[in-house]
Design a protein around this ligand. Structure first.
Ligand SMILES: [Zn+2]
Length: 501
């Protein structure tokens, strides 16, 4: 491997992708020879087109390890390849200027180009994300999405709950703070030199948009508060979401709930997640309509969805936010012991909402998902949380992304699916003695009965299909009103309080 050639390859890639222009050529080359501690540079003619910079970066990282510039650990390599890409990055002001000029032509052109840049810069490590195993499973609620996440470690919901209480002292305070832009990172914090933010004004406050480096779905973006303040779902959230989909009509935007167990993984920094993707939930129909006094222009419906979802549709943002606020206030204080819903216990509030906004042509659609985070002796991780019987597939929080119909499943399942498949083909009766697979025994027993003779070429599809079905069950566990006559009657009872003055 010739490091001079690799530098030339990266410059060629950066120019092709518009990260740098001809005027930046020697400037970027000189930054690269400094970072790589090379003393000479010779321009070379490069004729190649690559999808990502990853193959070039791999070569440069191997060189850096060989020259003892870094140790070869994953963390050190990730810090160093970001430092390398920093040499060919446009400044934040340049990125913002381009975004605004694209936006003046069309909002979609602005997000298209910003997204492409986030991949070209290797901020989104596309080569890693492409390793995720993704599929869809048809259920009575539509095609649910499933991703086995092979690019990010999983989190325990109890750690997440504790993280909310940790006093912030470091710089940047968290991964979502705008101060990350350009941060070199360290062992406990990823490098962010290739990170770029787009400033926004939502409901007359300063916010920023960025893409998620983990992209669980197309153009997965994060919208973050300028300030490091905790997640809070209130009227302002509805206004912010509706403002955002006014600015970017081709994107949806949702918020995680603001309580542990039913919230997302980061509760300490106010943020939303959006993107350009049609989840099963967005396609799910309204199965029953309601009305509310004082809101004649808003359509109100119950969505045919495993989690208890109220859909508001209308042209007037103000009116939608008013009604959403009313529903949130009612829900925060609502108890129905007959179905296990308690607004609080020992002074701790349990009720909150996961809201999602999107456009339907000129109209606005706001989905409000009712959540409750109470725990019990029987369900110590949460009553409206995946129950123990499905923990072998999913035991993490059901946050915004899962709520919408995408299961993000732990990496361990890849290997476990492979082993379970072998056992099914072999016709093994009982796997409870197998240490790695024992947690799947009950499920496996069901699979054995359902598929007594499995061929090797079918087994992978069978397992995918069955995992998708388990995810549908996971969502019904997280739903506060069960999808039976009693649950739906209780849902209607709550909606009765909404329709009153
Ligand atoms: Zn923060």
């Amino acid at each position: 491997m010739n490091i001079n050639t690799e530098i030339n390859r990266l410059l060629n890639f950066a120019k092709q992708r518009g990260l740098i222009s001809e005027d930046d050529y020697y400037y970027s080359a000189n930054l690269l020879i400094d970072v790589l501690q090379v003393s000479e540079f010779e321009p070379e003619e490069i004729n190649e087109t690559l999808e990502t910079a990853a193959p070039i970066l791999e070569q440069m990282l191997d060189y850096a390890v060989q020259e003892k510039l870094i140790e070869g650990t994953t963390s050190e390599r990730d810090l160093f390849d970001t430092r390398i890409m920093n040499c060919v990055m446009p400044r934040p002001s340049e990125v913002v200027r381009r975004f605004q000029s694209d936006y003046a032509r069309a909002p979609k052109a602005a997000t298209d180009n910003f997204y492409k840049m986030s991949i070209a810069s290797n901020y989104i490590r596309k080569d890693r994300i492409d390793k995720n195993i993704v599929w869809q499973t048809a259920t009575e609620y539509g095609d649910l999405d499933v991703t086995i996440n092979l690019s990010k470690p999983e989190k325990d919901p109890r750690d997440i709950a504790k993280a909310k209480l940790v006093k912030s002292s470091s710089y940047p305070k968290c991964l979502l703070c705008r101060e990350n832009e350009g941060f070199a990172g360290h062992a406990g914090h990823p490098a962010r030199q290739t990170h770029r933010l787009i400033p926004l004004r939502l409901a007359s406050h300063r916010w920023f948009m960025q893409y998620s480096p983990y992209t669980y779905y197309n153009e997965h973006c994060i919208v973050l508060n300028r300030k490091h303040i905790p997640m809070k779902v209130n009227r302002k959230s509805f206004e912010n979401l509706l403002d955002f989909v006014t600015i970017f009509p081709h994107y949806f935007l949702g918020s995680n709930a603001d309580l542990p167990i039913v919230g997302g993984s980061i509760l300490s920094h106010d943020h939303y997640q959006g993107g350009r993707y049609d989840f099963a939930m967005a396609k799910a129909p309204v199965e029953k309509t309601y009305s509310a006094a004082g809101f004649p222009n808003v359509k109100i419906g119950r969505v045919k969805w495993p989690m208890s979802t109220i859909r508001l549709t209308g042209d007037d943002r103000e009116e939608l936010a008013d009604l959403a606020e009313k529903i949130l206030d009612k829900w925060r204080n609502y108890s129905d012991e007959s179905v296990g819903i308690l607004a609080e216990s020992d002074g701790q509030p349990h009720n909150t909402i996961t809201p999602i906004a999107r456009r339907r042509g000129a109209a606005y659609e706001l989905d409000l998902v009712l959540r409750n985070n109470r725990t019990s002796a029987e369900h110590p991780l949460g009553i409206f949380h995946p129950h123990a019987e499905v923990h072998h597939i999913k035991k993490e929080n059901i946050g915004l992304i899962e709520v919408m119909g995408l299961a993000v499943l732990p990496a361990r399942l890849k290997q476990e699916m492979h082993l379970l498949g072998e056992e099914l083909v072999r016709g093994t009766e009982d796997i409870s003695a197998n240490e790695e697979l024992a947690k799947h025994s009950d499920w496996y027993k069901m699979l054995r009965e359902k598929y007594p003779h499995v061929q090797e070429n079918q087994v992978h599809d069978i397992l995918k299909e069955e995992i998708g079905k388990v995810f549908a069950t996971v969502l019904t566990h997280a739903g506060v009103y069960k999808r039976d006559a009693e649950g739906m009657a209780a849902f209607d009872k709550f909606m009765q309080t909404v329709s009153e003055e």
